[in-house]
Design a protein around this ligand. Structure first.
Ligand SMILES: NC(=O)c1ccc[n+]([C@@H]2O[C@H](COP(=O)([O-])OP(=O)(O)OC[C@H]3O[C@@H](n4cnc5c(N)ncnc54)[C@H](OP(=O)(O)O)[C@@H]3O)[C@@H](O)[C@H]2O)c1
Length: 231
């Protein structure tokens, strides 16, 4: 299945912002690997999308699943030009840091930080080979330390940690063609965001901006809708 066009891997792409990111990337000429924990759900979404979309089982909290998906990308495409670490969990507005269930925080960390991190590690060999490698970590304005207040502790801490990973990885990859950014979709009307948020297409477009940056675009930044957010 070798392709001359760019290949993007999107995690948590069976619903919400992830599936719309897949749609927008296909429209821009990417071959897309649509990752989902439940591959049947991913396949159902992939069938609805035009263009080259391959649904793969991908649970970012499971090292074996991540390794198998990365191996499949290497075998079938031999390249990976973009990774969108979109999978995210537990917008825990019902919790407080002062009374937190640390097992719950730990579970959130396993997806929101380590999931993105292990997927980066698995795909970095291919991303480094790309002439235009891009990593977009789906962050949140709620990860901003500058604006952080009480509550939502698992989400705040895990997304702030993801921002720290973004900066560190970007600095380490500065001598490569891989640009690494943390990008917030903004408050978006998905299962996580709930009603009242903006349309999913707009949230996804904020993320896709980070994938389609020019080669002299920013790296190690924190953005929403192409504009910098305060760390
Ligand atoms: N919506 C907002 O207002 C908003 C604002 C700021 C940031 N964000 C961020 O944007 C990203 C997408 O959010 P969303 O609103 O689309 O959320 P969503 O509707 O809750 O969808 C989350 C997706 O992540 C997947 N996922 C969860 N754990 C996973 C794992 N271990 N491995 C692989 N996939 C996993 C879910 O799969 P299942 O179907 O299997 O559960 C689902 O496909 C998240 O990182 C979120 O934190 C969202």
């Amino acid at each position: 299945m070798a392709t001359s066009g760019p290949v993007a891997v999107v995690t948590g792409a069976n619903r919400g912002i992830g599936v719309e990111v897949c749609r927008q990337l296909v429209e821009r000429g990417f071959s897309v690997v649509l990752g989902s924990r439940d591959v049947a759900k991913g396949e159902r979404e992939a069938e609805q999308l035009p263009g080259s979309v391959s649904a793969r089982q991908l649970d970012v909290a499971d090292q074996g699943s991540v390794d198998a998906a990365a191996a499949w990308v290497a075998e079938h495409y031999g390249r990976c030009d973009a990774l969108v670490n979109n999978a995210g969990v537990d917008y825990d507005t019902d919790a407080m840091a002062a009374s937190a269930d640390l097992a719950r925080v730990h579970r959130a960390m396993e997806t929101n930080l380590f999931g993105a991190w292990r997927t980066c590690l698995a795909l970095l060999p291919l991303l480094r080979e790309s002439l235009h490698g891009r990593i977009v970590n789906a962050s949140s304005s709620e990860a901003s330390l500058a604006d952080m207040g009480a509550g939502t502790p698992a989400y705040h801490v895990t997304k702030a940690a993801l921002n720290a990973l973004t900066r560190t990885l970007a600095a380490e990859l500065r001598d490569s063609a891989v640009l690494v950014n943390a990008v917030s979709p903004g408050w978006t009307a998905t299962d996580m965001g709930g009603s009242g948020g903006r349309p999913i297409a707009e949230g996804a477009a904020s993320i896709v901006w980070g994938v389609t940056l020019p080669d002299d675009g920013p790296t190690g930044g924190f953005f929403q809708d192409g504009q910098p957010l305060a760390w």
